[in-house]
Design a protein around this ligand. Structure first.
Ligand SMILES: Nc1ncnc2c1ncn2[C@@H]1O[C@H](COP(=O)(O)OP(=O)(O)OP(=O)(O)O)[C@@H](O)[C@H]1O
Ligand SMILES: [Mg+2]
Length: 274
């Protein structure tokens, strides 16, 4: 489905992503972990073509997308929607208009200029918000929502594009544990129910373990681990994070772990709260 071959990104002398070769043959939920500067964001940005590739190739369903430009590149970017740590919403704009922005690449300049949206799109936006449990907030300004709610608006905006892949760069790094859990559950549900591939950079090991089918570990730009959460032993985690004997899994975890221990849920028990 999606193949990266020897994908490399250099900034001058600094090799941010170093010959990453990965194959995604089915839509899974994938977590990318690694310490700060390991190259996680750069990898996602190349996938989405926000960043150009220095060398290597990306192919999706048999098409080389490494060097797409113009309209073809925008089409690819709509197929792999990206969500960010800081949500990137228009704060003073209402929620539903923020979501409708997800259809921008399909609309004429004139319609965009006058903020005209087809009724069908508005209904669809509300349906998506409803699915994410935030339809009641549709008329509010985005800035009036909590971080977790804003991230769900960003997910709704991504879903408006009907993407095949959702790329999430640290989607819960700015959220409190409860909101983090709801956002991860939403992403997991989108993967399970819609069959979309989700690739998320995650700053905590426990989140990757809990929500992902497959975990990719990066260190110094290289892919140093690719396997299931079960295969990710503490020893391997130590290697990914470049930590010594003092390393404990809790060191890479947020309070979400405490929350999970209290609630004692299963790793894939994700449908209840959304
Ligand atoms: N636009 C850029 N210009 C120059 N160097 C960059 C740029 N973007 C990233 N880098 C460098 O590439 C390397 C990888 O950065 P990247 O942001 O991909 O890491 P990361 O794993 O996402 O880290 P974090 O967990 O802190 O978000 C770092 O050494 C970084 O300084
Ligand atoms: Mg990053």
């Amino acid at each position: 489905m999606l193949t990266l071959t020897s994908l490399t990104k250099s900034f001058g002398q600094n090799v941010a992503v170093d010959r990453a070769t990965l194959n995604f043959d089915r839509p899974a939920m994938i977590g990318i972990i690694g310490r700060s500067g390991a190259g996680k964001s750069t990898l996602l940005r190349m996938l989405n073509r926000l960043a150009d590739v220095t060398s290597g190739t990306i192919t999706f369903e048999g098409h080389d997308i490494t060097k797409l430009s113009g309209k073809a590149k925008r089409h690819w970017q709509s197929q792999c929607a990206m969500i960010f740590q800081q949500f990137n919403l228009v704060p003073r704009m209402d929620v539903v208009s923020n979501v409708l922005h997800g259809t921008l690449n399909r609309r004429s300049t004139l319609a965009t200029l006058f903020n005209l949206y087809p009724t069908a799109d508005i209904h669809r936006a509300i349906d998506i918000l409803d699915r994410l449990g935030i339809a009641d907030h549709a008329p509010k300004r985005a800035e009036a929502l909590s971080g977790g709610q804003q991230q769900r608006v960003a997910i709704a905006r991504a879903l408006m594009q009907e993407p095949k892949i959702i790329l999430a760069d640290e989607p819960i790094a700015s959220l409190d544990p409860m909101n983090a859990q709801v956002v991860m559950q939403s992403l997991r549900r989108i993967h399970e129910e819609d069959g979309r591939m989700v690739i998320a950079n995650l700053h905590t090991l426990d989140t990757a373990r809990r929500y992902c089918d497959r975990v990719i570990g990066m260190r110094d730009g290289k892919v140093v681990f690719d396997g299931t959460p079960e295969q990710l032993t503490t020893g391997m985690a130590r290697e990914i994070y470049g930590a010594g004997e003092e390393f404990s899994e809790a060191a890479t975890s947020t309070e979400i772990e405490t929350l999970e221990q209290t609630a004692a849920p299963q790793r894939h028990e994700v449908k209840a709260a959304v």
